[in-house]
Design a protein around this ligand. Structure first.
Ligand code: FAD
Length: 454
């Protein structure tokens, strides 16, 4: 008999990784995944996985499958080549050397690998959650209502439904209603403000170049040659390139920030196809290596980057938020999905704890919130700092206008070096920390919480 059953809303990277984790660590818990899309295909592009996250891939048993979809073998410690490129002749700023591993994948290929690890009947597609009802007394099943009019029940509910999370919307509406009922109108307004995603002030154009389509003269280009990331930066903009799909495709991201637009509602669709000209117009006057990359770009998809506000809780009773639903962040640090996996891994192990029962499993959710929320919110803060550094912004470069930057003479070598080193420093937590040690500490915290409640 299963101990209890779990519903996972969303079959993105968080939901699938959580399912794989439950299969491994909590085989006595039943779970179902409900996904809004009718089929799991995706227009997305590159996603990086670094050493810290790789630890999880090894632990949940999918390292081998992932190695089959990357050209990188065991050793993939390629530096990030960082340049200042918004000038006629670009300069190398820094080589970030401290990466032990830095794999890159096509998101759709990752999703496929994860999906293959799950039993097909566990993933229900075409099921968009509309709402849920959680009995107030903490007992009885949670009822899920789907947009197609059907319902389902579960003992515990996990919202892995991305930055526009419906689970977050229902949870925070209910938290706000309770605050109102307690006469706390201001708190209720603050809770409601956390329901919609916030515009980050930046967009990114994600493009793919098939290497087989490149003419011979393009082959020597640093972006097409380097097995890792090349980061071409400039005031308010960057271009990032790295190979995906076992080196067959070059992932190209062209990011633009619009200072002062952070938090201002974004007009227009959050993702839409764009033609080459719409992207290239921003990069006039940039160094020739950048112009060369654009020669082979047909177009791409524009993403208006939205983030999740700083939530005061990821849980309410037997419901929890996981991944982007809890902490969608800026893409500049390449850590968004890593933080999703860390949530999923911790939750799966906590729920699989030998002493967890249906009656005490809310303790697992509480400890998850206690540990994961501050951590993920710190990383989200670092991702904002990464965006500043990639775009030559932030307090130390407030004086640098696009015009001054384009002269190529406004910053000293010392200042450029400072930006490069700062960019390296904000990645250090990820490349030099031990997730295994942190995980062991989290499990000890879980033991203590269960012992205290016994
Ligand atoms: C431009 C860009 C570049 C990035 N690069 C990196 C990188 O290099 N490295 C990295 O680690 N991270 C990166 N990220 C972040 C990473 O892609 C995300 O953090 C991660 O994909 C989020 O996964 P998720 O499963 O939480 O959410 P999502 O991927 O958004 O998945 C949510 C799923 O829930 C489904 N869903 C939504 N609503 C409902 C509903 N009501 N009912 C049922 N299902 C629903 C959706 O259809 C979707 O399948 C990047 C992000 C962007 C935008």
């Amino acid at each position: 008999m299963p101990k209890f059953n779990v519903a996972i809303i969303g079959a993105g990277l968080s939901g699938l990784a959580f399912g794989i984790g439950l299969q491994k660590y909590a085989p006595d818990i039943d779970f179902e995944i409900y996904e809004a899309a009718t089929q799991l295909s995706e227009i997305g592009a590159g996603v990086g996985i670094q050493q810290r996250t790789w630890t999880i891939m090894q632990a949940i048993g999918i390292e081998e499958d992932l190695l089959k979809i990357t050209e990188h073998g065991e050793d993939c410690s390629y530096p990030i080549v960082q340049r200042k490129s918004d000038q006629a002749e670009g300069v190398e700023v820094h080589r970030i050397q401290n990466m032990e591993r830095n794999y890159s994948f096509h998101r759709a290929e990752l999703q496929k690998v994860y999906l293959a690890k799950l039993r097909p009947r566990q993933v229900h597609v075409g099921k968009r959650l509309a709402s849920y009802t959680q009995p107030e007394d903490g007992t009885g099943p949670i009822e899920l209502q789907f947009e197609d009019g059907t319902t389902a029940t579960c003992d515990f509910l996990f919202g892995c439904d991305g930055v526009r999370s419906r689970v977050r919307a229902v949870m925070y509406s209910q938290l706000a209603e309770r605050a109102e009922a307690a006469g706390k109108a201001e708190e209720a307004a603050e809770l409601r403000a956390l329901i919609p995603p916030l515009f980050s002030g930046g967009v990114v154009h994600r493009c793919l170049i098939r290497k087989e389509t490149l003419p011979a003269e393009a082959v020597g280009h640093p972006a097409f040659n380097h097995p890792g990331i090349v980061l071409y930066g400039g005031k308010n903009m960057h271009l990032i390139t790295y190979p995906i799909s076992s080196g067959r495709i070059l992932n190209v991201g062209a990011g633009i920030s619009f200072p002062g637009k952070e938090g201002v509602p974004y007009e227009g669709p959050w993702t839409r196809p764009v033609g080459r000209e719409e992207i290239v117009k921003y990069f006039k006057g940039w160094e020739s290596d950048v112009q060369e990359v654009f020669k082979y770009v047909d177009g791409g998809i524009l993403w208006a980057i939205h983030v999740t506000g700083k939530l005061p809780t990821y849980i309410d009773g037997r419901v929890a938020l996981v991944g982007d639903a809890a902490h969608a962040m800026m893409h500049h640090l390449g850590s968004g999905s890593g933080q999703c996996y860390e949530d999923a891994w911790m939750l799966a192990q906590f729920l699989g704890h030998a002493n967890i029962t249906k009656e005490n499993a809310t303790i697992a959710l509480r400890v998850y919130d206690e540990i994961r929320r501050p951590f993920a919110q710190r990383v989200a803060g670092l991702s904002i700092r990464a965006a500043e550094l990639h775009h030559f912004n932030g307090p130390e470069l407030a004086w640098l206008t696009p015009e001054l930057s384009a002269t190529g003479a406004a910053m000293t070598d010392e200042q450029l070096k400072g930006i490069g080193e700062a960019t390296e420093r904000i990645r250090a937590w990820r490349d030099h920390s031990s997730l295994l040690e942190e995980n062991a500490a989290a499990m000890r915290r879980m033991d203590e919480a269960l012992a205290a409640a016994a």
